[in-house]
Design a binder for this molecule. Structure first.
Ligand SMILES: C[S@@+](CC[C@H](N)C(=O)[O-])C[C@H]1O[C@@H](n2cnc3c(N)ncnc32)[C@H](O)[C@@H]1O
Length: 91
């Protein structure tokens, strides 16, 4: 069995647990900075390559609305499942 199938990227700690179901998890903290810097509160974040929804996760968490697209249906499904777990932070 190849090592990649037994060891998740970043030891499984690089992003949301659902993001580790695919090959490119991204830390939500990275997306949070850009969302907060460049989108006003209650603004809309567009991620046309949303993957597992890290950017949309950050947007929801920080009171922004989000629109995501992805060519892969499995990614969209993961993003939907993930976003259902995100609660906006109290400001
Ligand atoms: C690195 S991931 C994006 C990560 C994402 N921005 C996040 O916040 O987690 C890149 C995504 O782009 C998608 N993609 C590639 N070509 C595309 C296309 N032509 N239209 C829409 N999505 C595409 C891939 O399926 C992949 O999920």
């Amino acid at each position: 069995m190849p090592a990649s199938s037994t060891r998740p990227v970043g030891g499984g700690k690089l992003g949301h647990r659902l993001a580790h179901e695919v090959e490119a998890p991204m830390p939500v903290g990275l997306a949070e900075r850009f969302v907060c810097w460049y989108c006003p509160p209650e603004g809309v974040v567009l991620d046309p390559f949303c993957g597992t929804g890290t950017t949309l996760h950050a947007a929801k968490q920080h009171g922004r609305r989000g629109i995501g697209c992805d060519v892969r249906a499995d990614q969209v499904d993961l993003a939907r499942r993930r976003l259902a777990t995100v609660t906006p932070a109290l400001l």
